[in-house]
Design a protein around this ligand. Structure first.
Ligand code: ATP
Length: 586
C-alpha cells in the first residue's frame, strides 16, 4: 500500500470539521487498506504505532527532526529553523523544502505504508548510545523518498503533531460502516474496544474474522479495560433520587486510580489513562500478588500515600512524588502506599463487567485478603440523605475527597469507557484553607507501630471552649515529629497520664492513652472541615457536626509558655472556618 493514499486522505480529513464527512473519508481509506495493514493504518491515523499501554512512543524532539529535514533537503538546519519560526509548523516547512529540494535524488523509491511503519517503529525502539544518530538517519531516509505532502505527515507523526482530530468513536463509526454492515454495528465494536482498549485489534478482528468474532471479544488480563467514570451531583437528596432511593456510598480516596491485572504470577498495573505503570509501583504489585487469591483477575483500586508510622492517609500531592522513573526504591520507602479496592471486573476466566455492582463487590471481597495495606473501600448502604451527609463528612475528615455513590440496581453494570449516572461523585463545594497555626492541648494518644512501636503514633488534640470550660477534640496528629520529639513526648506526657478520659475533655474518640489537659503544642493543618467525629464547636456551623483540622502537622513548637486554657479556643476555630471558606475549584 502506497503511503500517498494515507497522505491524500489526511489532507482531505484535515480540510473538514464535519464529523460525518470525516467518517466518510476514513471509510474510504480503510476500505483501500489491505487486511494485514488495517491495524497499523488505524494506529497511525491516531498518531501512534500501537495502543498506549504498550508504552512505545514515536515522539522525537523537534531539534532532531529539523536535522533530518536539513539532511534530506540539502538546506542548513538554521534555514529550516528560521522558516519554522515564520511558518509556525515544521510539517508545512518540510513540505515547502521538499518541494524545492536542491539535492535531487536519482532513485526515488515510492514510500509504502509498511516502510513508513517499520521505520517509525525502529526509531521508537532505538535507545542508548548512537540512538540519536540512528533516529535522524532513519527519518532523513524516509524524507528523501517522500513526496512533499508525505513528508509533511511523516514529520507531524514523529513529532507528535498529527492532530487530525479523529476521535476513537469516529474510527469505530467508520469501521462499522466499512466492515460491519452499517452504523448499528458500532455498539458491538465499541464494546470490543472498551474491554480491550485496542482500536487496531478491533479493526483487524472485524476485517479478518468478521462481526461475529467482534461480538465474541473477551476480556484478557494484560489488556486494560477502559475505566468507568462518575457523574457529579452536589446534594445527598439528589444523589439518592438519581440512584433509585438507595445506594452503596464509598469513600472517594484521593490518590491514583489503578487497574491491576493478575495473570498467574504476572502483575500489570494501568493508570486511569491506561498507561502501564507497573514499574512505578513494585510495592503495589507485591500487594496484589499476595492479596488476590485467585489465578487471574482484574481489579480496581485507588492507590493512596500513607504515613508509614501512623497509617494515616496523606494528601494526593505526596503520592505524585512516586511518579518518577528513577529512585523508585527510595521513593517506595519514603512514600509507602495502600490500596483501597473498589471493583472486580474479571475473575478466573469470568467476565464480571456485565454483573450489577453488588455482585462485583461481593466477588471482590471474596477474592482479596485484606491486610494493613490492602483494604476494601470503606462504605455504607443507605437510603437516608442525613446518613449520606454524615458519611461524607467522615470521608473528608479521614483525608478523602468525598464519596462515590454507586447504583445497586440490576442494571448497575461496569460501564467501561463511559461517564454515567451509575456512579455519582459527591465532593465538597467549599473548603476552608488554614493559613495560621493553632495551639492545641494534648488530651490523648495512640500507640505507634513500625518505627514508632515504642512511642506514640499520633496525639489526640483539643481546643478550649471557654464558655463550657471544657476541651473539645479537633484532630489527631501524627505528622511533623522528629525522632527526638518521639523520644521526648512520652517522657513529657508521663506525669499527665490518667487511666481514663479527663472529666473536662469532650471526645467521641477512644484514645489508647489519656492525659490531663496540660501540655500545649503548635500545629498547622491544610484546612478545617465539618466533622461527624470531632466535637470542637459542635453545632456552631451546622447541627450535629463539629469541626476538624485536616492533615495536621506539628510545627516543632512546644508551647510550654501556655496553659491549657490559653490554647486556641473553639470559637476561634469556628471563626477561622467561616472566614477562610472558599468555593473550591472543580
Ligand atoms: P476527580 O478529578 O473528581 O477524581 P475524575 O475525572 O478523575 O474525577 P471520576 O470518574 O469523575 O474521575 O471520579 C471517579 C474517580 O475517583 C476514579 O477515577 C477513582 O480514581 C477515584 N476513586 C476514589 N475512590 C473511589 C471509589 N471508592 N470508587 C470509584 N472511584 C474512586
Amino acid at each position: 500500500m502506497r503511503y500517498s493514499l494515507i497522505a491524500d486522505a489526511y489532507k482531505e480529513i484535515e480540510a473538514t470539521a464535519r464529523r460525518l464527512e470525516m467518517t466518510e473519508l476514513l471509510v474510504k481509506l480503510l476500505k483501500q487498506t489491505p487486511k494485514d495493514l488495517i491495524d497499523k493504518v488505524v494506529y497511525m491515523t491516531q498518531g501512534k504505532l500501537c495502543p498506549d499501554f504498550f508504552g512505545i512512543e514515536i515522539g522525537i524532539a523537534e531539534k532532531l527532526a529539523v536535522r533530518a529535514v536539513a539532511k534530506a533537503t540539502g538546506y542548513s538546519e538554521k534555514t529550516i529553523k528560521e522558516n519554522v519560526t515564520t511558518i509556525g509548523d515544521l510539517g508545512e516547512t518540510t513540505e515547502i523544502f521538499l518541494q524545492k529540494k536542491t539535492q535531487k535524488t536519482f532513485f526515488h523509491e515510492p514510500l509504502t505504508v509498511q516502510m513508513v511503519y517499520s521505520s517509525l517503529d525502529k526509531m521508537a525502539r532505538a535507545t542508548g548510545p548512537g540512538s540519536i544518530e540512528l533516529k535522524t538517519s532513519i527519518l532523513a531516509g524516509l524524507l528523501t523518498n517522500a513526496s512533499p505532502e508525505e513528508g509533511k505527515y511523516v514529520i507531524r507523526i514523529v513529532t507528535g503533531n498529527l492532530r487530525l482530530g479523529i476521535a476513537d468513536m469516529t474510527v469505530l463509526d467508520a469501521l462499522a460502516v466499512a466492515f460491519g454492515g452499517g452504523k448499528d454495528a458500532r455498539k458491538y465494536l465499541e464494546r470490543a474496544y472498551n474491554i480491550s482498549s485496542d482500536l487496531g485489534k478491533v479493526a483487524k478482528t472485524v476485517v479478518v474474522q468478521g462481526m461475529e468474532a467482534v461480538g465474541e471479544f473477551q476480556i484478557s488480563p494484560g489488556e486494560p479495560i477502559r475505566p468507568m467514570q462518575a457523574e457529579r451531583l452536589s446534594s445527598p437528596v439528589e444523589i439518592l433520587e438519581k440512584l433509585g432511593g438507595k445506594c452503596i456510598a464509598e469513600f472517594k480516596y484521593d490518590g491514583e486510580r489503578v487497574q491491576a491485572h493478575k495473570n498467574g504470577d504476572q502483575i500489570t498495573l494501568f493508570s486511569r489513562r491506561l498507561e502501564n505503570i507497573t514499574d512505578q509501583y513494585p510495592d503495589s504489585c507485591e500487594l496484589i500478588e499476595n492479596c488476590v487469591r485467585v489465578e487471574s483477575a482484574i481489579v480496581e483500586a485507588e492507590c493512596v500515600a500513607v504515613d508509614p508510622d501512623t497509617g494515616e492517609m496523606k494528601p494526593f500531592q505526596e503520592l505524585m512524588h512516586r511518579r518518577r522513573k528513577h529512585g523508585i526504591a527510595e521513593a517506595m520507602e519514603e512514600i509507602p502506599v495502600s490500596l483501597f479496592m473498589f471493583d472486580a471486573l474479571y475473575v478466573d476466566g469470568e467476565d464480571l463487567t456485565l454483573e450489577p455492582y453488588p455482585i462485583r463487590r461481593r466477588n471482590l471481597k471474596k477474592i482479596i485478603e485484606q491486610g494493613c495495606h490492602v483494604k476494601m473501600a470503606d462504605y455504607i448502604v443507605t437510603d437516608d440523605p442525613d446518613e449520606l451527609e454524615w458519611f461524607f463528612e467522615k470521608a473528608v475528615e479521614s483525608g478523602c475527597e468525598g464519596l462515590v455513590c454507586k447504583s445497586m440496581n440490576k442494571d448497575s453494570v461496569y460501564q467501561a469507557g463511559a461517564r454515567g449516572w451509575l456512579w455519582i461523585k459527591y465532593k465538597r463545594d467549599y473548603k476552608s484553607e488554614m493559613a495560621d497555626t493553632v495551639d492545641l492541648v494534648v488530651v490523648g494518644a495512640f500507640h505507634g507501630r513500625g518505627k514508632r512501636a515504642r512511642t506514640y503514633g499520633a496525639l489526640l488534640l483539643a481546643a478550649y471552649d471557654a464558655g463550657k470550660d471544657v476541651f473539645q477534640t479537633v484532630t489527631k496528629c501524627g505528622t511533623g515529629f522528629t525522632d527526638e520529639d518521639l523520644k521526648k513526648i512520652p517522657k513529657l506526657m508521663k506525669e499527665h497520664k490518667i487511666p481514663h478520659r479527663h472529666s473536662r475533655v469532650r471526645s467521641n474518640i477512644e484514645a489508647d492513652v489519656w492525659f490531663e489537659p496540660k501540655v500545649v503544642i503548635e500545629v498547622i493543618g491544610a484546612e478545617i472541615t465539618l466533622s461527624p467525629i470531632h466535637v470542637c464547636a459542635m453545632g456552631v456551623i451546622k447541627r450535629g457536626s463539629g469541626l476538624a483540622i485536616r492533615f495536621p502537622r506539628f510545627t516543632g513548637n512546644y508551647r510550654l509558655d501556655k496553659s491549657a486554657e490559653d490554647a486556641t479556643s473553639t470559637n476561634e476555630i469556628a471563626e477561622m472556618y467561616k472566614s477562610r471558606l472558599k468555593k473550591a475549584a472543580g
